[in-house]
Ligand binder design. Sequence first.
Ligand SMILES: NC(=O)C1=CN([C@@H]2O[C@H](COP(=O)(O)OP(=O)(O)OC[C@H]3O[C@@H](n4cnc5c(N)ncnc54)[C@H](OP(=O)(O)O)[C@@H]3O)[C@@H](O)[C@H]2O)C=CC1
Ligand SMILES: O=C(O)C1=N[C@H](C(=O)O)C[C@H](O)C1
Length: 275
Amino acid sequence: MASQSPIPVIVNGAGGKMGREVIKAVMQAEDMTLLGAVDRNPAYNGEDIGEIIGIGAVEVPVLDQLESMLAFAAQEKKPVAMVDFTHPDSVYDNVRSAIAYGISPVVGTTGLSETQLQELAEFADKASMGCLIIPNFSIGMVLLQQAAIQASKYFDHVEIIELHHNQKADAPSGTAIQTAQLLAEMGKTYNPPQVEETEKLAGARGSLADEGIRIHSIRLPGLIAHQEVIFGAAGQVYTLRHDTSDRACYMPGVLLAIRKVLQLKALVYGLEKIL
Ligand SMILES: NC(=O)C1=CN([C@@H]2O[C@H](COP(=O)(O)OP(=O)(O)OC[C@H]3O[C@@H](n4cnc5c(N)ncnc54)[C@H](OP(=O)(O)O)[C@@H]3O)[C@@H](O)[C@H]2O)C=CC1
Ligand SMILES: O=C(O)C1=N[C@H](C(=O)O)C[C@H](O)C1
């Protein structure tokens, strides 16, 4: 694995909760090297990212401008990957800039709209660049989604509950939206109405996603990231649940995506496509 020269990696959102985990994972991966760390927080600018995240100096200063980092990385002789864990407001522009500079994006940031995803796919296609957009990097969630797809063949009623920490900007979660899409792709409409419903408080029945699937979002301190997919039928309830207790759970998926993105020439959405 380490016989070839290591993959240069930029981490955008390096000082955030996920960015910090990615820095540690890349530092430990023998086939990768940390080329750059970007974070908009002015307090981090010029500081060693290793010192900031508590692993000791790694000789990589934080830059606060992604554009400067990408311009520098574009001079590399080897293909470079950029991991983005930032914010729904910035991720679209970050991905466009990376592709424009010939840097391959691995995107964990959620909150991209359908239109934005479509535009990024067209942009990556035109540039013949790989781009991975992964709403959830944990293997447990891929397995839950596969189990849900199986169950959807036998159950016509399903709702999703996603539960996250209360620092999360977007709702519903990217994972819940993707789970609903996967179920919708099974070619049926769920939850045929049984009675005429009235919401006495707006939002009581959650948000309505594709094909009649409802998503309920809970935000509380003490939570990290959790999801239930609940199927119901006469006389039975089938519940699938995934819980995260540490953001380290996402790192095998992130490292796999960094390795894979450099082999791609188009945008790919979802971890299940690269396993
Ligand atoms: N795909 C997956 O498996 C996972 C995806 N996520 C997603 O990743 C994203 C980041 O999550 P998390 O690390 O928990 O969030 P954090 O808020 O901890 O970190 C986000 C980082 O991005 C920076 N940032 C915020 N807004 C902007 C902006 N407009 N432009 C540039 N940088 C910005 C923050 O800086 P500052 O502190 O200054 O605001 C911070 O450094 C979210 O969308 C989340 O849903 C999270 C976990 C797993
Ligand atoms: O914000 C988070 O924490 C998470 N975001 C992703 C999402 O929106 O699905 C993935 C995971 O749920 C954690």
